[in-house]
Design a protein around this ligand. Sequence first.
Ligand SMILES: Nc1ncnc2c1ncn2[C@@H]1O[C@H](COP(=O)(O)OP(=O)(O)OP(=O)(O)O)[C@@H](O)[C@H]1O
Length: 336
Amino acid sequence: MSVHLTARNVSRRYGVSTVVNGVSLDLEPGKITALLGGSGAGKSTLLRLFAGLEPLDEGEIRLGDQMLSAPGKTVPAEKRRIGLIFQDFALFPHLTAAQNVAFGLKSRGKAAARTIAAEWLARLGLTGRADAYPHELSGGEQQRVAIARALAPEPAAILMDEPFSGLDPALRGSVRDTALAAIREAGIPALLVTHDPTEALESSDAIAILQGGRLLQQGLARDVYLKPDSAAIAAALGPVSRISGPDMPAGLTGQAVPAGSELVVRPEGVVQDETSPVRATVVTSQLTGPLCRLLLDCAGQELVALVPRMTAPKAGAEIGIRLDPALTFIFQSADS
Ligand SMILES: Nc1ncnc2c1ncn2[C@@H]1O[C@H](COP(=O)(O)OP(=O)(O)OP(=O)(O)O)[C@@H](O)[C@H]1O
């Protein structure tokens, strides 16, 4: 039966700096939780605390009702039944793909270990590569072997630290989809550490945003994206334009933006609408794939819009704009 992996008020200090500060996080079975944050936010440290790779200073970590970590007590990593996947694959170079996957299955006996390893390799689309050594495999294949190796012993949870960021962008999507499908099917709690907001949104069921060692917000990916608690959280999940209350172009919002507040809007929330009385000048218009990114000047304020390529205006054009209320947020300014 699958159980939750939970952290309660967990803190970790190095000397005088607290790099994980009072974090509580509940990882649900069958769900992938993305831990998102910039460099130095404390993401890897929190993962290492869950893994038992280092002790905590305050709080506790539990797997179901089993206490894994508390101050002065750390169940060692190898006794936690938690699978780990890192960016650098960390395969044993002298073992084949099948031997790497079978490595953690010794207690099952040789024949059973071989069968289980073959099943996992097949599940991750690696049939035919079982006898290859890591140096004979592509990066995407190596990472799929690492994922098979982590899942084969039927761990109680899985922790991944930037597992896809070392892969070629062309490969990344398909390796990620295969891997995450296998993880979801295993029905165990999974933590995905990433600094990439698109990856966090595309891959996870829940998102937790870490900044300066503190958890700023956690919830369903969709809720955090559409209902961020602060401008910093909105910005952590992708590009935004910000305009402070007193500088607001007339008519841009349907609601008052008081002094001391700021408006935050996502690029896809700035909609081209020729019936709108609010006018903006296109400063630059750049193709980014199926969409064009427009830099707009609206009464002296900068706004970024993403519009369909086919109807995108050129630089110098004057266009009508309106804001999509679902992607427009008003917050108290951080410095007010
Ligand atoms: N063993 C250690 N001793 C001292 N300081 C450490 C140690 N490990 C991490 N730190 C510091 O703790 C802070 C958080 O580091 P951590 O690696 O957890 O961040 P991160 O969010 O994973 O960043 P990145 O995305 O850059 O890997 C950083 O300031 C780092 O320098």
